[in-house]
Design a protein around this ligand. Structure first.
Ligand code: FAD
Length: 462
């Protein structure tokens, strides 16, 4: 007799599929290996088949066939998530969204794209309209818009525009249900939170509508400071300075410098440093603020060249590449390349005592935690967040750092779990399990990531 998978395959005739070992392995992994804990838990998990739909019709055929044959499916964008969000725990089908990537519309202040659109490609498409995404993760070159909404948080631009779950960050999501006759549901307003950061457990995001920002000519700077707290105070002041249009405020412990090989010519040993993006016409004004904080500018790149480097139209030999690719969780990537024993945490220092909390964390965890700060502006306040490097020893030590930080008033999101309920990133009070019953009635989407669902459906069955 034919297996469910064989029947699925027959139903998907004409859609691009792959089931060779290399494709399956590649499509079944993300960047969970940043975590020594997830590495053990998730290594070797894989799907049985990969599909690459190009249209909504193909996507609907996939959703219907999975529902009919009860085959689990895991949606995948760029596959750059850090928590194993896109790793299939129960085999089945991976749906690679990257060919589902058209622009629906762009106008001043708004744009709508199919969910598989790559974020760098989106900015290239918006550029002729004088617009850009308000913010993007440092994985702009790989990540998809749908993957960012379903599994990401913030990035370059968040120093002005905040985080993905803040009211106003996403205007609308179109979601496809996984059932014999898939439906399209348009979510707007607070309903967006039902599927935001839900790891694709409750519907396939098909289109994303976001507000856009006027594109600036972003110049890049590296600035060094006497010590970490001096750099942190500068970061706070710069982010507070609403009159300066900025895209990146990233502050680093001097000990991180040696891991960022291509930045070496611009870093001084023993000096903390800031990685910045500033609207070019205001770069001279920024120099005043830098001088106030006794900073020393060691790298200046004009906006035209910075954009050409990011857009890939200017290839530099041995140059640093886009500076945002040293910040956010790219810092961890660079560090792990040189020292595989490194991992990271996710911390946020709530106002009004952000700088005090940072100073406390720097002292308290000095020996095995190297801080870098990614400044955000949220709800009218400056909120430094950070993805500090941790010299990993044991799980107990990692948990103790998180517990001590929490007790001190620092907000911790544990990145070492693939279970949505444990992540703590969002205590969003959104009815995700309820929406899952509607959008994924057979419980086929990314099984094992949302525990409340399994418990609730078991209760219902009993
Ligand atoms: P994927 O990893 O493919 O998917 C993420 C989750 O979303 C999965 O659960 C998947 O099932 C689900 N999903 C994907 N597409 C859909 C869809 N259409 N419908 C429903 N569910 C879907 N994150 C940040 O927020 N900010 C950063 O600055 C940042 N920096 C990073 C740096 C590095 C080096 C790395 C490795 C990761 C970083 N991340 C960062 C994490 C990640 O890159 C981003 O969150 C990114 O936006 C994820 O997009 P993706 O397309 O790769 O998603």
């Amino acid at each position: 007799p034919l297996s469910a998978l064989d029947r699925l395959r027959a139903d998907l005739a004409g859609i691009a599929l792959a089931d060779d070992q290399a494709s399956i392995r590649m499509a079944s992994r993300d960047f969970f290996w940043f975590s020594p804990i997830l590495k053990v838990e998730l290594d070797g998990k894989h799907a049985d088949l990969v599909a690459m739909p190009r249209s909504k019709d193909e996507l609907a055929r996939i959703a219907a066939a999975c529902a009919r044959h009860r085959v689990p499916l895991t949606i995948r964008g760029g596959g750059t998530g850090n928590y194993g969000q896109a790793v299939p725990l129960a085999g089945g089908l991976i749906v690679d969204m990257r060919k589902f990537d058209r622009m629906v519309f762009a106008r001043r202040g708004a744009a709508r794209f199919e969910a598989g659109a790559n974020m760098l490609d989106i900015d290239k498409a918006l550029d002729p309209h004088g617009q850009e995404l308000r913010f993007h993760p440092s994985t702009r070159a790989q990540a998809t818009l749908g993957g960012f909404v379903a599994g990401g948080a913030a990035g370059a631009g968040s120093c002005t525009w905040g985080q993905i779950d803040n009211l106003g960050a996403v205007t609308a999501l179109e979601v496809m249900t996984v059932e014999a006759e898939p439906k399209l549901i348009e979510l707007r307003g607070n309903d967006i939170l039902k599927v935001m950061h839900a790891y694709g457990v409750n519907g396939i995001i098909t289109e994303v509508e976001v507000p856009t920002a006027p594109a600036h000519d972003w110049a890049e700077r590296i600035v060094t400071f006497d010590n970490f707290m001096a750099a942190a105070r500068f970061g706070q002041a710069f982010t507070e300075c609403d009159g300066l249009a900025k895209k990146l405020v990233s502050i680093h412990d001097p000990r991180i410098g040696p891991y960022l090989r291509r930045l070496q010519p611009y870093l001084d040993k023993d000096r903390a440093f800031a990685v910045l993006m500033i609207s070019e016409p205001q770069a001279d004004t920024l120099d005043l603020l830098i001088a106030d904080h006794a900073g020393k500018v060691t790298f200046r790149r004009g906006a035209e060249e910075a954009k050409a480097v990011a857009f890939g139209t200017h290839k530099e030999r041995g140059g640093p590449g886009p500076l945002y690719e040293y910040t956010w969780n790219h810092t961890t990537l660079h560090a792990m390349k040189m020292d595989p024993s490194i991992t990271y945490l996710q911390l946020r220092y709530p106002p009004p005592d952000s700088l005090k909390l940072i100073a406390w964390a720097e002292q308290q965890f000095h020996d095995d935690v190297y801080l870098h700060l990614e400044f955000q502006r949220r709800h009218g306040q400056v909120v430094p967040s950070s993805l500090p490097l941790v010299k990993y020893t044991t799980r107990e030590r990692l948990e103790r750092i998180m517990a001590e930080a929490t007790a001190a008033g620092i907000q911790v999101s544990n990145p070492h779990t693939y279970v949505l309920n444990n992540a703590g990133w969002k205590q969003i009070k959104a009815p995700q399990p309820e929406f899952k019953r509607l959008a994924d009635p057979h419980g086929l989407m990314n099984p094992g990531k949302l525990l409340g669902w399994e418990a609730a459906s078991q209760e219902a069955a009993e």
